[in-house]
Design a protein around this ligand. Structure first.
Ligand SMILES: NC(=O)c1ccc[n+]([C@@H]2O[C@H](COP(=O)([O-])OP(=O)(O)OC[C@H]3O[C@@H](n4cnc5c(N)ncnc54)[C@H](OP(=O)(O)O)[C@@H]3O)[C@@H](O)[C@H]2O)c1
Length: 285
């Protein structure tokens, strides 16, 4: 029941109508027995700064941010967490008496989801497909766990920029960039324990598409984490499983990044498994 002391939490996006965050966060708040409500606000880019200041003035309990606001928040917040600075994007705001903190829970959310699904990042040889926004969080997360990363992207220059950035922060295990479609990709996949798809190839409504990958290099020891969660079973996951490999969709990452944000706001350990269940239910509607 909403009362005079109900804390409000929200997600800012543009568009945001299809976000599953309200469903998963409201379920989690209920499970934790907290008097809170989580809503979605469609905020145009030109109103972002004003919206954030207004939410702080209103005493809102916490804010998530999604496309297209993640990078635009960097200059708006007063302090950045190490991950937000490294990844170059903010997905969670925490309002404190001394200012607005910008956090990024995508990297630890990815690691938690990967482990929960049976993948092991520590010291793994990993091939990461893509070099966009989500790849930054994935590569930072894997570099932190000492993974030996090979980065493959359609636009090779973008992969090089990401690799240089991460190598400056984690010089011990350098990220290697190989040309998409080259023999070096097949070699890297054969040697890999982990394959992470951070491209949008295969996402609804293009379910028939497959990221460029030498399928004959796929082996039963390969675990594929596909960040895509719509559809839950991408063509990539089907091709990996058909060759004896294992894999997971990205719904767990969505749930775990949300759970970590809720913990930052409330100090309570969030029910990540329940949140994932709600994500899956929302997606299958
Ligand atoms: N599970 C989660 O919690 C979660 C979180 C974030 C994102 N995601 C999913 O991850 C995917 C990527 O999101 P993002 O934010 O990283 O997007 P983004 O910043 O736009 O990056 C897209 C990436 O996909 C590549 N790409 C796009 N179309 C391609 C094509 N036709 N052929 C080859 N490569 C192509 C791009 O390559 P170029 O650099 O060459 O353009 C780039 O590397 C989306 O499906 C999104 O839903 C999931």
């Amino acid at each position: 029941m909403v009362t005079g002391t109900t804390r409000v939490f929200c997600v800012l996006g543009h568009p945001v109508a299809h976000s599953v965050s309200p469903a998963m966060h409201n379920a989690a708040l209920g499970e934790l027995g907290l008097n809170g409500v989580y809503v979605a606000f469609d905020v145009a880019p030109e109103s972002l700064s004003e919206a954030v200041r207004g939410l702080r003035a209103l005493g809102v309990g916490g804010v998530n941010c999604t496309i297209p606001h993640k990078e635009a928040l960097l200059p708006i917040v007063d302090r950045l967490s190490d991950d937000a600075r490294l990844i170059g994007a903010v997905n969670t705001l925490v309002f404190t008496p001394t200012g607005i903190e910008g956090h990024n829970t995508d990297a630890p959310g990815f690691l938690a989801a990967l482990r929960a699904a049976g993948g092991e990042p520590d010291g793994a040889s990993a091939v990461v497909l893509g070099s966009g926004g989500s790849a930054r969080a994935v590569v930072v997360a894997l570099a932190r766990r000492g993974a030996r990363i090979t980065l493959v992207n359609r636009t090779v220059g973008r992969a090089r920029v990401l690799a240089d950035h991460v190598n400056a922060a984690f010089p011990d295990v350098p990220v290697r960039v190989v040309e998409s479609g080259s023999a070096a990709v097949a070699e890297a996949v054969r040697a890999a324990r982990l394959l992470v798809n951070t491209t949008s190839v295969g996402m609804h409504p293009h379910e028939d598409e497959l990221p460029e990958l030498p399928l004959d290099a796929v082996h039963p020891g390969l675990f594929c984490f596909d960040l895509i969660y719509n559809p839950l079973e991408t063509r990539l996951l089907r091709e990996i499983r058909a060759r004896g490999g294992r894999g997971s969709h990205g719904a767990g990452m969505l749930a775990h990044q949300g759970a970590l944000a809720l913990t930052l706001w409330t100090g309570h350990e969030a029910p990540a498994a329940l949140m994932e269940q709600i994500v899956l239910q929302s997606l299958s509607r």
